[in-house]
Design a protein around this ligand. Structure first.
Ligand SMILES: Nc1ncnc2c1ncn2[C@@H]1O[C@H](COP(=O)(O)OP(=O)(O)OP(=O)(O)O)[C@@H](O)[C@H]1O
Ligand SMILES: [Mg+2]
Length: 430
């Protein structure tokens, strides 16, 4: 009666079953819950059980419990079980109304956040990967993609660094019947044996010292969807064996669990290595390759598809901060076409980003791109800065080894990680 006089739209129920029926039937904003229902009971267990049920039905419904004098433990237990607040009986009218109003306001704020999150998630899902594929070399790849994407076939994507292996994997997922389920990407080459195992298959609490809670692995996250295994040639051999078994049986065990789990996952794998050579050298299991490359897609290097340069550049220009007003001038276009792009599409993306920041006018010039036009003649060392020499030697080493960073690092006398740092600082790859 008090709440009604204050303009609240009130529903009442006098048994746990009636409360549950009501909460299932309509979405309520706040629940004021007494802890005892049956005549002559004061234990509060009825109310506490009901509270737990309500939390299961609608975890966002704020529940305010009412307790009698002397049963403060009941109130504490209620808050522990998820009640937002409690009032002691006999209650103070002003305090009761203030509590209800505060919970309503909180609930409205939480709903707004939830709605914005859901919207953001939906637009992210709807966002298809941009895949520029105008050139003949890419058209061949895309016509194969069109045929194999809707199937469940395992696809191995090969290509140099930065050629777009991951965007292609996303494109395949988006073109498959699995598009409404997850696309989960794992870098299989960058993690140690044990870490990768729990990343892929999850673990149960207590499986090892740091396993304080259960963890869901990528195979389970990707159930119904697509799992993208990147850098497959660098996967530790022990995990290759495990992966092969999963692919053969469709079953896996989380680390520390003896219960097998079944999932429905399509696997796409990628590598920038020469698969045949890695297999011959014993670094990549041949039987695993057979499982993964039902179809093999090779992404051409950017220098083999110069017809894509202009469109790629304008896509990246539109994406770059503040770049929307600028356009590429003729000299810039010429410089783009003359460059050899050892870092492929990713290098182009970085070059355009940098240029859109550097350019002073409406038009991006060749100078803004900071590319060295490289003819057949080697540039004169004396005319170059140290950074240009470094860039030149690194690009040459990468080009000579098909973009393979390990090989390039070896001939340059650098460690792999030292080369990666230089590639990043020079903007050749991220
Ligand atoms: N055909 C394309 N159309 C539009 N953008 C592309 C295309 N190919 C690549 N990109 C962009 O270039 C960047 C590099 O692509 P991606 O990460 O897929 O390359 P990758 O082959 O996986 O590289 P790495 O071997 O180094 O991991 C990304 O930002 C991607 O969006
Ligand atoms: Mg990649």
């Amino acid at each position: 009666m008090l709440a009604r006089t204050q303009g609240f739209d009130v529903r009442t129920a006098s048994s746990p079953a009636a409360v549950i029926a009501m909460c299932e039937a309509e979405e309520l904003d706040v629940c004021l819950l007494d802890l005892n229902y049956a005549r002559d009971t004061t234990s509060g267990t009825e109310g506490l059980d009901l509270l737990s049920r309500l939390r299961e039905i609608d975890p966002t419904l704020p529940v305010v419990v009412m307790t009698a004098w002397g049963t403060i433990e009941g109130a504490v237990e209620a808050v522990r079980r998820g009640a937002r607040d409690y009032l002691q009986k006999p209650w103070d009218n002003a305090r009761l109304l203030a509590t209800l109003s505060a919970q309503l306001e909180l609930r409205r704020a939480l709903r707004t956040v939830n709605r914005l999150d859901a919207e953001a998630a939906r637009t992210r899902e709807a966002e298809l990967p941009v895949m520029v594929a105008r050139s003949r070399a890419m058209q061949q790849v895309m016509s194969l993609v069109e045929r194999v994407a809707p199937s469940n076939a395992s696809i191995l994507i090969t290509g140099e660094h930065g050629t777009g292996k991951e965007v292609l994997a996303r494109t395949i997922h988006a073109a498959s019947a699995r598009r409404d389920h997850a696309f989960v990407a794992v870098n299989a080459g960058g993690l140690s044996d044990g870490v990768l195992e729990s990343e892929l298959f999850g673990h149960v609490k207590g499986a090892f010292t740091d396993a304080r809670t259960d963890r869901t692995g990528c195979f389970e996250l990707a159930d119904g969807g697509t799992l993208f295994l990147d850098e497959i040639a660098n996967m530790p051999l022990g995990q290759q064996a495990r992966l092969l078994r999963v692919l053969q049986t469709g079953e896996f065990h989380p680390v520390g669990s003896s219960r097998a789990r079944r999932v429905d996952v399509r696997v796409l794998a990628a590598t920038n290595a020469d698969v045949a050579r890695e297999a011959a050298a014993g670094r990549l299991r041949e039987d695993l390759v057979y499982r993964l490359n039902t179809v093999e897609l090779r992404l051409p290097a950017l220098r083999e598809r110069r017809d894509d340069l202009a469109e790629l550049a304008s896509v990246f220009l539109a994406r770059a901060r503040g770049g929307s007003q600028r356009r590429l001038g003729a000299s810039a276009m010429q410089a783009l076409l003359a460059h050899s792009w050892p870092g492929n599409v990713r290098e182009l993306e970085h070059v355009i980003e940098r240029a859109s920041l550097l350019a002073s006018g409406d038009e991006i010039t060749a100078d803004d791109l900071q590319l060295r036009p490289r003819g057949d003649l080697p540039p004169q060392l004396e005319d170059m800065t140290l950074e240009q020499v470094e860039r030149h030697l690194i690009e040459r080493a990468l080009a000579a080894h098909g973009g393979n960073v390990s090989e390039a690092a070896r001939v340059l006398g650098l460690s792999r990680s030292a080369l990666y740092r230089r590639l990043t600082s020079l903007g050749i790859r991220s």
